[in-house]
Ligand binder design. Structure first.
Ligand SMILES: Cc1cc2nc3c(=O)[nH]c(=O)nc-3n(C[C@H](O)[C@H](O)[C@H](O)COP(=O)(O)OP(=O)(O)OC[C@H]3O[C@@H](n4cnc5c(N)ncnc54)[C@H](O)[C@@H]3O)c2cc1C
Length: 479
């Protein structure tokens, strides 16, 4: 299908049916992604205030064959929210849909609009003494619509699941302008195909989410954190399994951090306190949480002693106050910014079966050394088998000194992940950055079904063209 720009005549038609506040100037965050891999030349920014206004935009775009790029917080890392190769698309933003529609603490549920910022959702849950557990370093900008559309993960997946697991129902506008009224708060609802789960993780290629009913949880009565120096990734996995044996669902998060990450923080900031100095080669950051009577300090100290006795950990610090706990998490949450300041040659968000993680890390180091001399900051949500495997120039070097190295490194890493039964995208999604990787590594039957679903729901191909599934007019994926 031929796509057309949102020209003056199209814009005038929209201005006739939408209020003036639905039209805004684009800002840099609408036109580029955080790490800068994708930039767009511009578009018509439209910010509807309701599902009905969204439906009016979508109907007009569908009739005129104008592409629509959904946009929420603009923090997506795979280019789903920015299209470099479309001539003046509609950039459809959730920024005016920020209301908390209703709160149901007795049901542990909340109904919010898709433009609510994740941090504000945390606040709304806290206000009724509840927890919305999904959290990530971009929580001050990411919005509910983007979090659901990327099926975001973050630091609480081990205990609470990812965005999909936290969503009870959604309201969404389909490409033809139909509104899907699926804002149910039901925990059981076996009534045919699950449109909610199809739209979650679709990265805006099948429709536009306008609101969601989400799960809340009781706030833990007590929580604590600790940073352990571990004797390598295999030891970290053993610490995780010991922690799960001893504390079960009391293990709320389990992150792997490498000494390289702490070196980066010293080199370029952000400035953080370093509880273990000099930095060990590998560390595990754990969060434990529980109900009344739970003693996080005792749980973490007991775990450390058990792990030290088994030779898994050599040093550690247990946070003794809320401020110390926040300081430990600040280390982890500052790593993406430190990476950005150093400037990666290649970044990867991969997942593996847990037992494959140590072998992957050691094989990857060997195969990357065959390409050149690099620094690797490998860290991530070890409890979920999710690693951020990011490759940088040697100290004092510049990524520009290594032309062509990025794609070679990525091929090696993604091949290794595939060999070990993993995924080339754990939590960031496919977007435009990894659409060719999906063709390369995706299951053919699944890809065919995805294309059929896309054609059925979006026959004119207006929704986020080129994201997740490449456009048919682009060249074949490089093999
Ligand atoms: C510092 C940093 C740390 C991060 N940490 C994590 C992490 O730990 N875990 C993780 O999973 N991700 C992480 N991310 C990635 C990012 O924050 C998440 O993908 C987030 O969910 C994106 O939300 P957003 O509102 O910014 O969406 P956007 O970037 O605006 O959009 C993301 C995708 O969703 C689509 N979309 C947006 N709104 C809608 C809608 N209403 N309906 C349909 N489609 C829509 C867009 O078209 C795009 O494809 C991180 C990013 C940064 C910058």
């Amino acid at each position: 299908m031929t796509l057309h720009p949102a020209d003056g005549a199209f814009e005038n038609r929209l201005r006739d049916i939408l209020p003036a506040e639905a039209f805004r100037e684009t800002a840099p965050g609408h036109l580029e992604i955080p790490r800068g891999e994708f930039r767009s030349g511009g578009g018509l920014l439209v910010t509807p205030g309701t599902a009905e206004e969204t439906a009016a935009v979508m109907r007009s775009a569908n009739d005129a064959g104008v592409p629509v790029i959904p946009h929420s917080g603009g923090t997506g890392l795979v280019g789903g929210q920015v299209s470099p190769d479309l001539d003046r698309p509609v950039i459809l933003s959730t920024a005016r849909m920020t209301a908390v529609r209703s709160v149901h603490p007795e049901e542990n549920a909340i109904v919010v609009e898709a433009g609510l910022i994740l941090q504000d959702l945390h606040g709304a849950a806290e206000a009724v003494d509840r927890l919305f557990p999904l959290s990530l370093a971009a929580k001050g900008s990411a919005r509910v619509g983007g979090v659901l559309s990327t099926n975001a993960g973050g630091i609480g997946v081990l205990r609470y699941g990812n965005a999909r697991d936290l969503c009870l129902g959604i309201e969404a506008v389909l490409p033809n302008g139909d509104i899907h009224h699926g804002l149910t708060r039901l925990r059981k609802n076996n009534t045919g195909y699950d449109l909610r789960n199809l739209l979650i993780g679709a990265e805006g290629t099948l429709g536009f989410i306008t609101a969601a009913a989400l799960r809340l949880f009781p706030r833990p009565a007590a929580a604590g954190a600790a940073l352990f120096a571990v004797d390598g990734p295999a030891a970290a996995l053993n610490v995780l399994s010991t922690a799960l044996d001893r504390l079960g669902p009391g293990v709320a998060a389990f992150e792997l951090i490498s000494g390289v990450g702490l070196d980066f923080l010293s080199e370029v900031g952000p400035a953080v306190k370093r509880p273990l100095d000099p930095a060990p080669e590998w560390m595990a950051l754990l969060e434990v949480a529980g109900g009344a009577g739970f003693d996080p300090d005792g749980a973490l100290t007991g775990l450390f002693e058990a792990c030290a006795g088994a030779g898994l950990v050599s040093d550690g610090v247990v946070a003794r106050s809320e401020a110390q706990r926040a300081e430990l998490w600040e280390i982890r949450e500052s790593l993406p910014e430190a990476n950005r300041r150093i400037g990666s040659i290649a970044s990867h968000d991969v997942s593996l079966p847990l037992s494959e993680v140590p072998g992957f890390i050691s094989d990857a180091a060997g195969r990357i050394a065959d390409i050149g001399s690099f620094r690797v900051n490998c860290y991530g949500h070890l409890g979920d088998g999710n690693l951020h495997y990011n490759v940088f120039p040697p100290e004092g070097g510049d990524r520009g000194d290594h032309p062509g190295a990025g794609p070679r490194i990525t091929r090696v890493i993604h091949d290794l992940v595939a060999e070990r039964g993993g995924s080339f995208s754990a939590e960031h999604g496919v977007g435009r950055l990894k659409a060719a990787e999906l063709e390369r590594y995706g299951d053919p039957a699944k890809l065919a079904a995805m294309r059929a679903i896309k054609a059925a729901l979006d026959p004119r191909g207006i929704m986020n063209p080129g994201a997740v599934l490449r456009r048919s007019d682009t060249p074949e994926a490089p093999r």
